[in-house]
Design a protein around this ligand. Sequence first.
Ligand code: UGA
Length: 446
Amino acid sequence: MAPKITVIGTGYLGATHAAAMAELGFEVLGLDVVPEKIELLSSGRVPMYEPGLEDLLRRHVAGIDGATGRLRFTTSYEEVADFGDVHFVCVNTPQKHGEYACDMSYVDSAVESLAPLLRRPALVVGKSTVPVGSAARLAARLLELAPAGEAAELAWNPEFLREGFAVQDTLHPDRIVVGVTSKQAEKQLREVYASPIGEGSPFVVTDFPTAELVKTSANSFLATKISFINAMAEVCEAADGDVVKLAEAIGHDERIGKKFLRAGIGFGGGCLPKDIRAFMARAGELGADQALTFLREVDSINMRRRGHMVELAREAVGGSFLGKRVAVLGAAFKPDSDDVRDSPALNVAGQIHLQGAQVTVYDPKGMENARALFPTLGYAPSALDAARGAHAVLHLTEWREFRDLDPQEVGAVVDERRILDGRNALDPQVWREADWTYRALGRPRI
Ligand code: UGA
């Protein structure tokens, strides 16, 4: 019989994983400790913006008209322990306050809550991003706490989904990595992922530490790629070169590739920044800190971009923000997401506001989250409204909507036709032809 699945933690990762498992045909029970989230999900609504996720959820949530009923939600660990054969732990691991290390309290508490209730054979599968060594520690804890004894086993199965593409990445992963200590665990996970494996997704079987490290090293590599191109942008600025052309040209080398070479205000979000810091902290604990000192540089190049964007804007408005109006297009850390965690766009908006400008922000989906985090910034209901009376317009999150803006239409409402492209995603020629002064990071003035 097909294994019954539970998903603990229903954030971006958990909610998507639960809906995707139901889509693959499994009976799924999702758990969260926040009752409001469970109420929302049970009515087929998603507490964040993620393209396609709500549709997927509504196809399966029990009680919704026409749904398969394969997906239910609860706040009860008892219910989860009774129901599931395979339990996915999808809670978040944020950065610790005032430290680089990651906060394991949610993962620990999930295992501590579930394990003592496991009276029958079960596979507990960690998906959260954790410091290497955590799986071994949690496996020992599981053995100590679970009444089922050795029949309750742990596996580690990192997740590589991108926000904005979460549904696609979960249903059709580019690889599945599992850290296991038994053939039985591998067999069960092959069964769970039979559909993507059948489609050709590589299935990589390894030990606990390697599985944990695959995740942190993948994110470190991506962060390094972005900081590499942003470092080249700095050099281009000094030498009057064009980083966009440079990225295009080096990207033709297949060993380098074109992806993740978009220079701009850098990476943010709930993953890359905290993951590279937690990785450095963990390597330090293991006595391998020297191996990752380059990540400190990756982090500082990244943070420097934000400051540089502020300077570019200050220079553009004549050297001081006092009495100036600045429009900020974009608040989310990337397009197709409403996530504003460590968003470079909001960070830049906040700095400019603190330097005396009147800042008005517009984002297609991230307004509510942005307002909660930066209540003192101004917010407008559209790009055009944000731009009204502006002395400079800053393009800081590359939503399609912003690429489709008509420079003439925006030009009619601003005070000065000055645009700064923090994402190198607008077409400079189109804006310049409409009499705008266009500036971007790492590109020549004219
Ligand atoms: C990232 C990884 O890409 C996923 O594989 C991983 O599963 C996820 O973290 C995670 O650990 O959960 P995500 O945070 O959704 O996914 O965002 P990315 O698409 O990686 O973008 C991160 C940041 O880099 C964004 O702020 C984006 O604007 C920026 N970026 C990306 C650039 O500045 N330049 C680029 O060329 C690409």
